[in-house]
Design a protein around this ligand. Structure first.
Ligand code: 0WK
Ligand code: 0WK
Ligand code: BGC
Ligand code: BGC
Length: 940
């Protein structure tokens, strides 16, 4: 009896379960959870590496931004053609999303046709491959009676690694799977398809979006399940994508919201990260592949290689006599003789063994039952490893998403496609099981993309279409501000004729060309202490200027002008100014000194002498009553008298442009133009006296008066003219009024009209309202308001903030347009303003600011070009070299204004060399200089 037991034991030992032998032989492929967790941890590190700008270039897992920023949100609709290239089947489809009658509300209707891709095209020239694609598209449209007349929107699923900067652009990084067409790597795939479509007679489509098949799969499954934020393919190739936080994607600007990242996990291990997991069979598959060293992970997982892996294992075991008694057939030695479909069949639960026999018979191996069991087990182990590896990769992605969102538990859906997952009966179950075992805290649902990825691609195209139309509508709106050179030439010409007309007589031009009675620029002989008062756009400054030999010292104090004073009575305003002057003199300990003063008054004043001027009209935010038509020097003198505690000798009234010119002329004799680009805008320049006809006319009239024995106001002027030393006089152009006669109506936009309508001086200062700091913010706000009302911004939500006049101060333009400011900061500025929008909204707001400020600078450049060319012609010069003293918060603080202004002048006045001298101490010194000259003249 004992002997009988001993014999049967050894027999059974001899009759070992064939799977055991395979388990031992393939132990390296049988991965336990520790190994899978180790793999998952390594892959998590790869994800980080690929996302970071520093390490992306060296990263094996490329983490490609897809520019798909949201999963389906139910608003997608439209009719699209779709191409699905790169999987095992090339498909052409028509996809109708929530579009047509007769389909269940909210659903998608699809028609498709599969077209073969001949092998020679896979390795031929890419142009031929894409010609085949576009010919197939044309054939499909024929067959489905889709008119070729119309330009059809098209979605393109292209299942290869592409570096995309937009949805409708993508540079092919490298081919994979069995594609190796020449001439496309490093090129824009969408452009290649566009060119093929152009080469195809009578075909016209608009390629709206190109997506990777993982992305399209995620979107397809996301259509019905809003938790779907991951897409994986286990097919010919393998890959995964997921919704990553935008702030983690260094290669894409923007920090808020999410973007889908195409991981291209197929290349995990290309940098050796998996070398301790690779078996000799993996190395053999890689060595024999068309891209050795590449797509290492894919070669361990995907359908293109599973069959080969099994063949090589079986071949090796046969050679080692572990199978088929060591018999090896030519078929078994032949690459590709065992397909992944064979592996799936062999691994089938019910018929696996029979299928295995069929496969091995097919290979002329005449297998024993044990051989079949063993080979089936090889298939199981190879397939199991594939699903385990995918599970480990997926676990890494889901862990990252959970951590990104600081969630203890994560509920998420994974959209899946690919023949291995679809046709390999055991695969889905194994994958799901391992993922749930590795991530017990995650509630993971797997959704198979029944109808392929084109539904998803069409959804992405629908979003792209909406974004494209949004961008088109926004850019159409912004194009109203983009002035062509010929338009600027027109502005220059109109400015010129305004200058000329303004010199002729008072009434004919909206450019008032106000004589300043400043004849000379300083000659450095100025001495003594002077008070300069500077009422500008944003505040009032009192300055004490002391001129010594070559040097000048300044002390100043700034006082704000409350709105109620700006728009109160003239008396209150000048009392406020007198109060400030008193405070300053007290502060300087000069309360009892009667200082000579220069008064910079930055508003249009009709002057008949240096120390008097009638306010023509308030501008900017001022509207004090009982002032227009009054002599502002008298008003100040009366205010000072009303105080009866200080006394001033106001010897000069000047415009801030004149003061600025003088300040800079003190440093640079070539300075004969003064320009302000601040709250308001204006320019003065030295004009030939002989051209200032209205002065001439006035002089003649005076002469007539004298002959009739009446008092001669212009005595001073005539005396100087007679002295022959004064050929020029500084003219305050008040160019802000250009366009008040409608001459700019062809470039004035509806937004400018809104700003003018809401201003306190409607119909006035039209040029100023398109170029100066007081208004640019309002122009921007009007544009934002309109874009929001049209649903193109802030999701169409018109907030109270946006409706609030003056809320968008021009300083915000300067901040938002600063190159150093990332979108993040733009968004926080908007948030401070109570404008809560997406990153995309921030981009649009920044664009609006850019075009509005650029137009302002260009218009000022065109105006300046008119002035310098006039001066050049005045002097009969072919070339003029001149300097401009410039001041104002817009010129000084805006990041681009001054550059665009200079560039525009350079282009539009090529015969002039114009140097811009920013005025250091503002116009105050200029006022003091003019006061010095005026007093010297008065007292000689
Ligand atoms: C079907 C999708 C297609 C994708 C393919 C992948 O529609 O976009 O490329 O699955 O699976 P494969 O056909 O390579 O097995
Ligand atoms: C500083 C000058 C002042 C002028 C002002 C304009 O000293 O005369 O009015 O610049 O700039 P804003 O303050 O309007 O930006
Ligand atoms: C490609 C991926 C693609 C995957 C599945 C890989 O070879 O690199 O872009 O998503 O196959 O088709
Ligand atoms: C005024 C000018 C002034 C300019 C810059 C305009 O509104 O009319 O006189 O020079 O602003 O401050």
């Amino acid at each position: 009896m004992f002997v009988a037991h001993l014999v049967s034991f050894y027999f059974s030992k001899l009759q070992e379960d064939p799977t055991k032998k395979v388990d031992r032989f393939l132990h390296a492929m049988r991965l336990n959870d520790d190994q899978l967790n180790e793999l998952s941890a390594r892959f998590q590190a790869e994800l980080k590496k690929g996302l970071s700008a520093e390490s992306n270039a060296a990263a094996a897992v490329k983490m490609l931004p897809t520019h798909v920023c949201s999963t389906p949100d139910g608003s997608e609709k439209g009719q699209f053609l779709a191409l699905d290239l790169g999987g095992s089947k090339f498909k052409v489809l028509q996809v109708k999303v929530r579009e047509c009658v007769g389909i269940k509300k909210g659903d998608v209707e699809m028609e498709e046709k599969i077209y073969p891709v001949p092998d020679e095209l896979l390795t031929g020239r890419a142009t031929e491959l894409f010609d085949h694609v576009s010919e197939s598209l044309k054939d499909f449209m024929h067959e489905k009676n889709i008119s070729l007349e119309k330009k059809h929107p098209l979605a393109f699923t292209f299942s290869f690694p592409c570096d995309q900067s937009r949805l409708d652009q993508g540079t092919l990084l490298n081919w994979s799977k069995n594609y190796k067409a020449r001439g496309l790597q490093g090129k824009d795939v969408v452009q290649a398809l566009r060119e093929a479509v152009e080469r195809t007679e009578g075909l016209d489509v608009e390629i709206l979006a190109m997506v990777n098949d993982t992305v399209a799969t995620m979107m397809t499954c996301g259509f019905d399940d809003s938790y779907c934020e991951v897409g994986i393919i286990v097919g010919t190739g393998t890959n995964a994508c997921y919704m990553e936080e935008l702030r983690h994607i260094d290669l894409v600007e923007g920090d808020e919201g999410r973007m889908c990242v195409n991981t291209e996990w197929g290349s995990f291990g290309d940098d050796g990260a998996l070398k301790d997991f690779l078996t000799e069979f993996d190395r053999e598959v890689d060595a024999a592949s068309s891209n050795p060293g590449k797509q290492i992970f894919e070669k361990m997982v995907s359908g293109m290689h599973l069959g080969e892996l099994v063949r090589l294992v079986v071949l090796k075991m046969a050679k080692l006599g572990k199978l088929f008694d060591g018999r090896v057939s030519d078929a078994l030695r032949t690459k590709g003789k065992i397909t992944t479909a064979d592996v799936a069949a062999m691994d089938e639960y019910r018929n696996g063994l029979k299928n295995t026999k069929d496969v091995l018979d097919e290979l002329d191996l005449n297998p024993s039952d044990d051989d079949c069991i063993a080979v089936q087990h090889v298939s199981t182990i190879v397939s199991f490893r594939s699903s385990n590896l995918v599970a480990a990769g997926l676990a890494a992605i889901l862990t990252r998403i959970r951590q990104n969102r600081n969630m203890g538990a994560l509920r998420i859906t994974v959209g899946v496609d690919g023949t291995v997952y679809k046709t390999h009966p055991q695969y889905p179950k194994r994958l799901h099981k391992v993922v749930r075992r590795l991530l017990p805290e995650c509630q993971v649902r797997f959704v198979l993309s029944e109808s392929g990825s084109s539904k998803g691609a069409a959804l992405v195209a629908a979003v792209a279409q909406r974004l494209t139309s949004l961008r088109r509508q926004v850019s159409e709106t912004l194009s109203l501000f983009r002035l062509k050179e010929e338009q600027l030439q027109l502005v220059k010409a109109r400015m010129r004729s305004g200058l000329d007309a303004g010199l002729r007589s008072k009434s004919s031009s909206t450019i008032k060309m106000l004589p300043s009675f400043v004849y000379l620029t300083p000659d450095g002989t100025e001495r003594g202490k002077y008070l300069a008062l500077d009422l500008g756009g944003t505040n009032f400054r009192a300055l004490l200027v002391r001129f010594k030999k070559q040097t000048s010292r300044l002390y100043h104090k700034i006082y704000t002008i409350p709105l109620e004073i700006m728009q109160g009575t003239g008396e209150e305003l000048f009392d406020h100014l007198a109060q400030c002057v008193c405070d300053f003199l007290d502060y300087m300990g000069l309360k009892n000194t009667r200082l000579p003063a220069g008064f910079t008054f930055s508003f249009p004043c009709e002057q008949s002498a240096i120390d008097t001027g009638t306010l023509v009209a308030w501008t900017k935010g001022f509207k004090a009553t009982d002032s227009e038509g009054h002599d502002v020097v008298s008003m100040l003198r009366e205010a000072i008298k009303r105080r009866n505690d200080i006394d001033l000798d106001i010897v000069a009234l000047i415009n801030d442009t004149v003061g600025t010119m003088m300040s800079c002329a003190h440093e640079d004799q070539r300075c004969e133009i003064g320009m302000i680009a601040g709250t308001g805008t204006n320019l003065c320049y030295m004009e030939e006296l002989k051209n200032i006809e209205k002065i001439e006319q006035r002089a003649t009239k005076t002469e007539e008066k004298t002959q009739k024995g009446e008092k001669n106001e212009n005595a001073g002027a005539e005396k100087n003219k007679k002295d022959g030393e004064m050929q020029k006089m500084c003219i305050n152009t008040e160019w802000g009024g250009l366009g008040d006669d409608g001459c700019l109506d062809d470039i004035i936009t509806l937004y400018d009209t809104e700003v003018d309508q809401n201003s306190i001086n409607q119909g006035k200062q039209r040029f100023e309202k398109m170029t100066s700091g007081m208004y640019l913010g309002e122009v921007v706000r009007q544009v934002l308001l309109d874009l929001t009302r049209r649903g193109l911004l802030f999701k169409g939500h018109v907030s109270e903030t946006l409706k609030t006049p003056g809320i968008f101060e021009t300083k915000y333009l300067s901040q938002i347009e600063s190159d150093r400011l990332a979108l993040l900061q733009v968004r926080s500025i908007l948030q401070q303003l109570g404008l809560h929008g997406t990153c995309h909204d921030s981009i649009i707001v920044k664009h609006v600011c850019l075009v509005v400020s650029r137009r302002a600078a260009q218009l000022c450049g065109a105006g300046m070009a008119a002035v310098v060319d006039k001066i050049r012609e005045n002097r009969g010069l072919d070339h003029l070299d001149i300097a401009v003293g410039v001041d104002g918060s817009l010129y000084k603080l805006h990041p681009h204004f001054s550059q665009v202004l200079k560039e525009t002048v350079r282009v539009m006045a090529p015969q002039c060399d114009v140097t811009f001298q920013p005025s250091e101490e503002g116009s105050g010194k200029g006022a003091a200089l003019i006061a010095a000259v005026a007093r010297r003249k008065r007292d000689v």
